[in-house]
Design a protein. Sequence first.
Length: 265
Amino acid sequence: MPTDRAGNAVWHPLAVEISPKDRFVTVYGRKPVLEALDDPALSVDKVVLADTARGPAAREILDAARSRGVAVQRATAQRVKVLAGNGKQDQGVLADVVAPRMKPLALALEEDSLRSVLVLDGITTPANVGMILRTATAAGIDGIVVPRRGVASIDPLVVKASAGVAFRAPVLRCGTAAEASALLRASGYPLYALDSHASDTIYSAAFGERAAFVLGSETSGITDDVRPHITSWLSIPMAAGVESLNVASAAAVLCFELVRRAQDR
C-alpha cells in the first residue's frame, strides 16, 4: 500500500484485479458438490473431477453437471487436492460456486459505500465463521472481511454452519486481517474491537456513519499485527460473573445493536 512521507498508509483508488478465489466459494466432496448442482438458486461455474474417479458416484456427478450445463474438467487426484485445499475430504471432486457478493476489499472500498464492516481476525473454527456470515448477512452488514490467511477458509463446513448463506454473504477478501485493518484505516474508517475490560460499551459508544469492527479469536483475541490499527475498544456488558461470549454470539449482539441504531436514525 502507498505511504506518505511520514510512513502512514495512504489509500489511492486503483484498478483491482479479481482472482478466481475472490469470485467463487469452492466446495468439495461428493455430497456438497451434488447439493450445489441440485440447487437452482446457485450458479456453478465448473466442476473438477479426478481422472481416477469412476463408477456410480462419478456418473452421478457427471449427470448432475450435464443437466445443469456445467462444465466438468478432469484433473489428477493430486491437483484436485491442491485446488480443494483439503486432502482428506475432497473425495476427488470439487465445484466452484459463484458468490455474487464476494469481491476484494480494495475493490469494495473503491466502488461501494460501505457503512458497516466486520473484520475476522484469527477465527479458525469453521462453525464460528459460518455463523458470523449468516448473522451479519441477516443484519444487513455491508461487508464481512474474511482474510485468505489466518481465518478458516470458506469451505463446506463453513457453508453448512451458515445454512448456505455463505454463498450470498457480502464477503470481502484480502490477504490478512492486518492488511484489511490498514486498508480500512487508510480509507478513513475508525476500527473498533471488543475487549471485556473496555470502559466504553457497544451501547454507549458513538459510531459515525461508517465504522469497522474487528472480531478476534476466543483463545488469543485480536492479533498483534492488528492491534496497532485499533482506534477504540468496546465491551459487551455481562452479568452473573460471565466473562465473555463465544465470538459468533458476540458478533450477533454487535450486529443487531447496529441494526437498532440504524432504525433509530
